[in-house]
Design a protein. Structure first.
Lengths: 111, 448
């Protein structure tokens, strides 16, 4: 359980099957990194590289709405046919308030 | 490993040229000092071949265009259907500038607005008003326009103010042979925009002459771009970047992301690449990516192979002779830096060239011209596009990648002026083109 966090929520990542325990107020990526899970990123939390994005498969209602920084970044996915009809969020920004299932290629337990 | 050779870089201080010989170091004076800038104005720009315009900017006899470099205005005119000439834009009488911007000498002559001296389009004098008043020692040559060298290649018009300069062919060295298959002479403008940027002309150029900054400035590009595999190297006085060859057969992310094969979908990356690079791609190329996304890939083909297949068909339809392009050129791009001040990616069928020029005599300000050129279908007699000018770069959304580059400019220029900065420590591999550009600048400024 992340230190100092009272509530722990589960983010299940497909297709690798990894479960990330996310504390209240923590970003999904920060939680993953804290648990030795590799999550693709270049800018390490600045919402600039967009590399950490994931697709929400279940439980979209359990995610906090994106803040200004993430909203700007998500505009890069809007209107692009590849992402049409998909709920896309940035792992470095997204906070959860319930269980969520996401799809993200490249996530794995660091060896 | 051998002992590294110190880099010799010249700076100007109190009227003296001083050599800095620190390994891998460019003194900041070369970017921020007025004295070094003035030295470039005196010894670099008047001696070097400069890309002044495209042939299609002066298509008809009598058309003219003013090319400005620093405080020098050069008048380019088409004096005959197949002859383009360049003159210092000054009347031999009182020095009045003869023409500004672009236009056509509709009367078939150049007339000075001040005292009405008149000149043929080839620069010879047609009339000195009241010539009988002038001393008989004034010759016809004294009353002609002051002509300067013109060279033409690939639809580009080059000028050189040095009457004793090397030929354009010798200056360009290996560049024309490398770029021959791209058939620049068949390209025409798709768009022409100019913008003022708050940095030295070299600071602006540098941002497009290396890809080392991609991971810092454009991290979003690393999803589809293996920035670590880009090759750099000199081309005579010029530079080359690109040529990814086999790497590009499979579009793949930068190794900096730590992804493994299977961690990404090639078709998704292809779509993202086309979106991110926006204006560099033709509308039809974007449509082809959409097509690819919706159907299974042919047996044994990667998404990049299939995309290139579609792209080739499109280029052939446009009448492009793609047979001369090497596989590597078809799959990648050749980014060329035409010394001193033009750089950009060149693709089969299109290119976006960035020409940077000092803005007047200010070492901290640059005019950047963006030329997007493309092959046109046979029979397409398009007129020259509108030239749009943006004195304030922040007044327009240039797209994420370009916005990121432009946002760096003021910080680079201001940061170099800090008392804590003495110069630039460049990456000897990934920023070698920048180093080489400085070495070639020294060939000019060290010669009195």
């Amino acid at each position: 359980m992340p230190r100092g966090c009272r509530v722990v929520l589960n983010v299940h990542v497909q297709p690798c099957g990894v479960d990330v325990e996310v504390g209240e107020g923590q970003s999904v990526m920060a939680a993953a990194e804290g648990q030795g899970i590799f999550w693709p990123t270049v800018c390490h939390g600045l919402a600039e590289c967009h590399t950490c994005f994931f697709e929400v498969m279940e439980g979209a209602e359990h995610l906090e709405p994106p803040d200004g920084l993430e909203e700007v970044a998500l505009q890069r996915f809007a209107g692009r046919s590849w992402y049409e009809g998909k709920v896309i969020r940035l792992a470095c920004q997204a906070r959860v308030r319930g269980s969520v299932v996401v799809r993200k290629l490249g996530v794995r337990r660091a060896s | 490993m051998g002992v590294p050779t110190p880099m010799v870089m010249t700076i100007a201080r109190d009227g003296e040229l001083i050599e800095s010989t620190q390994q891998n170091f460019i003194p900041k004076e070369r970017y921020v000092s007025q004295e070094f800038f003035d030295l470039e104005m005196e010894r670099l720009w008047p001696r070097v071949w400069q890309m002044a315009c495209r042939e299609e900017e002066v298509p008809r006899t009598g058309d003219f265009l003013e090319y400005i470099i620093g405080d020098q205005s050069i008048l380019i005119t088409r004096s005959e259907p197949d002859t383009v000439r360049a003159f210092y834009n000054t009347c031999p009488h009182r020095g009045t500038r003869l023409a500004a911007g672009v236009g056509n000498f509709a009367t078939g002559e150049i007339r000075c607005r001040y005292h009405a001296w008149r000149f043929e389009l080839d620069g010879t004098n047609k009339e000195v008003v009241d010539r009988f008043d002038f001393p008989p020692t004034m010759t016809d040559a004294d009353a002609c326009l002051n002509q300067i060298q013109v060279g033409r290649w690939g639809g580009f018009v080059f000028i050189n103010m040095d009457p004793h300069c090397e030929s354009l062919e010798s200056f360009l060295g290996p560049v024309p042979e490398l770029l021959e298959p791209y058939r620049f002479e068949k390209m025409r403008f798709r768009s022409y925009r100019s913008v003022i940027l708050p940095a030295n002309w070299k600071s602006v150029l540098d941002a497009f002459n290396e890809s080392y900054h991609v991971q810092g400035t454009h991290p979003q590009l690393l999803r589809w771009s293996d920035d670590t595999a880009i090759r750099y190297g000199p081309l005579g006085k010029h530079n080359h970047m690109g040529g990814l060859g086999e790497v590009k057969r499979e579009i793949r992310p930068s190794p900096r992301l730590g992804l493994q094969p299977g961690d990404y979908d090639e078709r998704e990356l292809l779509g993202v690449m086309i979106d991110e690079l926006g204006g560099l791609f033709m509308k039809e190329e974007r449509r082809q990516v959409e097509e690819l996304k919706n159907k299974p890939l042919p047996e044994g083909m990667t998404a990049m192979d299939a995309y290139n297949d579609l792209r080739l068909k499109m280029l052939r339809r446009k009448g492009g002779d793609v047979e001369e392009l090497t596989d590597e050129q078809l799959l990648s791009s050749d980014d060329v830096h035409f010394f001193p001040n033009v750089v950009g990616p060149i693709y089969p069928g299109s290119t976006t060239l960035f020409r940077v020029r000092p803005n007047g005599l200010d070492p901290d300000s640059t005019i950047k011209d963006l030329w997007t050129l493309e092959w046109v279908s046979p029979g397409d007699q398009r007129e020259m596009c509108e030239h749009k000018f943006y004195p304030d770069w922040t007044a327009k959304d240039w797209g994420l990648v370009t916005n990121q580059d432009y946002a760096n400019m003021a910080h680079v220029q201001a940061g170099m002026k800090s008392r804590g900065c003495t110069g630039l420590q460049l990456n000897p591999r990934q920023e070698q083109n920048v180093i080489h550009m400085h070495e070639v600048i020294d060939q000019y400024i060290c010669s009195p």
